[in-house]
Every structure is written in structure tokens, then in C-alpha cells.
Design a binder for this molecule. Structure first.
Ligand code: SAM
Length: 270
């Protein structure tokens, strides 16, 4: 557990993931049934950008807040503004802060985090929210805590990909979520380094025979150098079709404005 999200908070990949998450949440919380949301890899929930060793937020959220962006980014911009009291952007909200603020009183949120320090901060982030912050393995939580047959469930799987078997674990978790609730919406984040690794992930997800599989890719540059984080992708199952134009706006804007020449967004069904 060496990965520290604080060093990457507010980077381009967080913007893509969090804008997509908030777009999914707006639709899921417009349904009559209460939402059950499981966040398998929750992190600390809020990050002080001064604690980052990489300064990635300067090329991410700082630019988002400075520039015109499609309306689908508005909820994320509002959340950043709110967290910073309308002043300069010194803190960035992680998925727990964004989710807790979007939920209705009858909705349920379970957030899992294994690192003791990030879990302690997660508990502080979620204090007072209708949420549980568990120091637990998110992959096990999918198998044990996702309510069977729930009609309005959303599972966010956002692993650090620091272990060799992380792709296999993530794919198995998608399968486990769908086994418990075939209509659950699943949102799996993945890095884009080389095409072969990403292709394999998509093939393994297809082999689960999900009801549908939508890929939202943000390529900052052509995937030529496999040692670089060249972009990111979200694999979505059971995402409402009417959200696709918003997903395309998120991927396109991020690739065009934060990427290199040759970067591009892609939204496609496998
Ligand atoms: C990419 S970060 C999460 C970021 C968060 N989802 C967000 O968007 O703000 C991944 C987190 O997962 C935690 N982690 C790693 N393996 C885990 C596991 N098996 N179960 C739960 N948490 C885990 C790491 O400590 C790290 O904080």
C-alpha cells in the first residue's frame, strides 16, 4: 500500500473520473429508489494540494477552474469552489466528498479504504454524512456488502494498480458486482499506458458478458510511450445511454485542453 493519492489529487485523471462520477450521480439520484453506492477504493476524501510532491493539480484542476469548459463539468467546479470557500484552490475533493454531497438522505454510501492514515482522514471527511467509512478491502466489500438484487446501485472501482494482479482483481470485482445486481451501474477507472494492456482489460470485461459496456477514454497523447500515464479510461456498465454526450464532452475537453497535440477523447461501446 505505497500509493498515495494525495500526490495525484486534482490531476487530469481525477477530473475525468470525478466529472463522469457526478454525471452518473445526477441521473442515479433523480430516480425514485434510494441509491446504494459502494466506493471500493475511497482514499482520504479531501486533499490539501500543498501536500502533493508532483504538482499535478496545476495542470489539472487549476486549469479547469481558469478556463471555459462544457456544462457537464459544472458540478465538479461547484464542488471545488465550495470546498475552497470561493477562494484560491488549495484543496481538492476526492470521490467520498463528492459522493457525500450529492446523496439524498435515504441514499446509502459505503466507502472502503485500507491505509490507516487515509482511512482516518476518510472518517473525518464523512463525519455527519449518511455514509460508512470502512477500513476494509473494497474487493471483498463488493462480494459481501453490495445488496443482492438492488435496483439502484452504483459501484465505483478506483484501484491504484500497484500490484501485478490488480487488473484481474478489478475485472473479478466487476463480475461480482453484476452477479449480485445485474442492473448495478459499475464504473471502473483504469490508466492508459499502452494499448495492449488496455485491450486486454476490455477483452476481459467483455468476457463477463455484461449487459452493456461503455468505454470513456481520454488520451492525452498517442499511446506510444508505455512508461508514461498517457491518459485514462472509465469502463462503465449499465450507464444510461442519455449520459453519453456528457461523457464525450468530458473526454474531449480534457484531451484537447490538458493534453498534447494528437490527444483525443473516445467514447465507444465494446
Ligand atoms: C486511486 S486512490 C482512490 C481515489 C478516490 N477513489 C478518489 O477518487 O478520490 C486508491 C486508494 O485505494 C486504497 N486501496 C488500495 N488497495 C485497496 C483495497 N484492496 N481496498 C480498499 N482500498 C484500497 C489506496 O490506499 C488508495 O487510497
Amino acid at each position: 500500500l505505497n500509493y498515495r493519492h494525495v500526490h495525484h489529487a486534482g490531476n487530469f485523471a481525477d477530473l475525468v473520473k470525478h466529472a463522469v462520477l457526478l454525471h452518473l450521480l445526477a441521473a442515479a439520484t433523480a430516480r425514485a429508489q434510494p441509491l446504494f453506492l459502494l466506493d471500493t477504493h475511497a482514499g482520504a476524501g479531501v486533499y490539501a494540494l500543498a501536500d502533493s510532491r508532483t504538482g499535478e493539480a496545476a495542470a489539472g484542476v487549476a486549469r479547469l477552474m481558469d478556463r471555459r469548459a462544457p456544462a457537464v463539468f459544472d458540478p465538479l467546479k461547484r464542488a471545488v469552489t465550495r470546498l475552497n470557500g470561493g477562494g484560491p484552490v488549495r484543496s481538492y475533493p476526492g470521490s467520498p466528498r463528492l459522493i457525500a454531497d450529492a446523496l439524498r438522505p435515504a441514499d446509502e454510501y459505503v466507502a472502503c479504504e485500507l491505509r490507516p492514515d487515509d482511512h482516518a482522514q476518510l472518517q473525518r471527511t464523512l463525519a455527519g454524512a449518511p455514509a460508512e467509512a470502512l477500513r476494509a478491502d473494497g474487493y471483498l466489500a463488493v462480494r459481501n456488502l453490495l445488496p443482492v438484487g438492488h435496483a439502484n446501485a452504483l459501484v465505483l472501482i478506483d484501484p491504484p494498480y500497484e500490484r501485478g494482479d490488480e487488473y484481474a482483481q478489478a475485472v473479478a470485482a466487476v463480475g461480482a458486482a453484476l452477479a449480485r445486481s445485474p442492473v448495478a451501474q459499475v464504473c471502473l477507472w483504469a490508466p492508459l499506458k499502452d494499448l495492449e494492456t488496455f485491450d486486454r482489460l476490455v477483452r476481459e470485461l467483455e468476457a463477463l458478458d455484461p449487459p452493456d459496456l461503455l468505454l470513456v477514454e481520454c488520451r492525452l497523447r498517442p499511446l506510444i510511450d508505455p512508461l508514461k500515464l498517457n491518459g485514462c479510461a472509465l469502463a462503465l456498465v449499465n450507464a444510461p445511454a442519455e449520459l453519453e454526450p456528457g461523457f464525450a464532452d468530458i473526454a474531449d475537453w480534457t484531451a484537447e485542453v490538458l493534453g498534447d497535440p494528437g490527444g483525443e477523447g473516445r467514447v465507444w461501446r465494446a
